[in-house]
Design a protein around this ligand. Structure first.
Ligand SMILES: N=CN[C@@H](CCC(=O)O)C(=O)O
Ligand SMILES: [Zn+2]
Length: 414
């Protein structure tokens, strides 16, 4: 039996026909219906429209949404929520003046998280990760991509990906897995990166593909991590096993990673804090979604992705959290949307498009989530009483969410 939401002050991100993503000036358009109803049946959006046309057929439950808005849940296309322990010690080191790079050069950073994860049992890692997944669901995330990349050995990378699989099998929200074996060079391979690339290509990838543990292949293409040539090797290898590229590029330096991503038909290129004209040019008229991670810029005090320049050049943009223990210990997409407006000068409409339909596209889920469209999964945010759409990112410190629904079922609040 159906659930009826009635008297919805504004139903946000209504798309009658499914769309893949929005780009350029279209990102300013966020279609809505004021004074609306919405019907959910069998976990899917079954019907919606103006209250004047609200159906009178009996339903299992009616929810009065007077003064409240409904929008699709956030689509977080870039996270690292499977990790062990935390890195608050490095946070304090940075307060005392060390840079992210200096900490990494001392064996901290990603290698620090890898050492902890390698020592952590699969059960404990699952328990730690599921807490973060449940936390982000309560914060309104209804679809998420999760990366490996804190294992950096065959066994530990597989351990991470098995946990992502277990989360997929346990929870109702869509989850996508990316294999990020090339996240950092393990210290035992120092001076011999090609031996580590051989391990990824020769041992990790075949095992991951055989067990069907990942949809995407990722790499940290960055000065001091992996080169553009390494990136091409890894993306080629991943593609041989059917994995689609989704890569980390241009976080600290621009070295041609965007072009490599486009050349290999990456579904997304993520970070993009440092963008040259030629990087923006390279993304035009492609199917590659640029993804900005403003919480990372905030936490590390590094530049924000030049969203205005990119959108004004006609590009699409997605927003994601980058939830991880080092550069972004937060998976709060509400903060991401607010920060995109406050620091990147995106309008509320652009930011909501970027965090819903464009995020869904960046993880291959645009047909399933990211808009209010009949037949899509009923993953919904019911707000508290709010004045307007703009009020949501404007009042950035407040919790505007009354309830989150995944496949039409309310997510238990902590
Ligand atoms: N930049 C690369 N990877 C992560 C951070 C990893 C870490 O510091 O643990 C990111 O996307 O920000
Ligand atoms: Zn990342």
């Amino acid at each position: 039996m159906a659930i009826l939401f009635k008297n919805i002050k504004e139903l946000i991100q209504v798309r009658k026909e499914p769309i893949a993503f929005v780009a350029g000036s279209d990102m300013k358009e966020l279609p809505t219906i004021k004074n609306a109803y919405l019907v959910v049946e069998n976990g899917k959006i079954a019907d919606y429209g103006y209250m004047a046309d609200c159906p009178t057929t009996p339903v299992k439950e009616t929810i009065d949404a007077s003064e409240k808005m409904i929008l699709p849940t956030w689509c977080d296309s870039h996270t690292h929520i499977v990790y062990a322990g935390n890195r608050e010690g490095e946070f304090v080191d940075r307060i005392h003046g060390l840079s992210y790079e200096e900490i990494a050069n001392k064996g901290g950073g990603i290698l620090n998280s890898a050492r902890t994860l390698q020592k952590t049992s699969e059960e404990s890692l699952y328990e730690q990760s599921k807490v973060r997944l449940e936390e982000i669901m309560q914060l309104g995330t209804g679809a998420v991509e999760i990366k490996s990349g804190y294992g950096l050995t065959v066994d530990s990378e597989l351990k991470m990906l098995r946990i992502i699989k277990r989360l997929k099998d346990t929870y109702d929200l869509p989850i996508k897995a990316s294999f990020l074996g090339a996240h950092a060079l393990p210290s035992e391979y120092k001076g011999n990166p090609s031996a580590y690339l051989d391990l990824i290509v020769g041992e990790m990838l075949p095992k991951i593909a055989e067990a069907q543990l990942a949809e995407y292949i990722d790499i940290f293409c960055e000065t001091g991590y992996f080169s553009v040539a390494d990136t091409e090797v890894i993306l080629e290898a991943g593609k041989r096993y059917g994995l689609i590229p989704k890569i980390h590029v241009n976080q600290f330096t621009a070295i041609g990673g965007v072009q490599a991503g486009v050349k290999h038909h990456a579904l997304s290129v993520d970070h993009l804090e440092v963008m040259r004209e030629e990087d923006i040019e390279a993304l035009k008229n492609t199917n590659t979604m640029p993804v900005a991670l403003p919480s990372c810029s905030y936490f590390l005090s590094i530049p924000y992705t030049p969203a205005r320049k990119m959108i004004d050049a006609g590009l699409p943009l997605a927003l994601a959290s980058d939830y991880n223990p080092g550069s972004t210990p937060s998976g709060n997409m509400n903060f991401v949307v607010s920060t995109a407006c406050i620091k990147m000068k995106m309008t509320p409409e652009e930011a909501i498009n970027a965090a819903t339909i464009n995020g869904a596209y960046a993880m291959g889920l645009a047909q399933k989530v990211g808009s209010i469209t009949v037949g899509k999964q009923a993953n919904l945010i019911l707000t508290k009483s709010v004045n307007s759409i703009g009020f949501i990112p404007y009042a950035f410190g407040s919790n505007h969410i009354e309830s989150v629904y995944i496949k039409g079922k309310a997510v238990k609040q902590a």
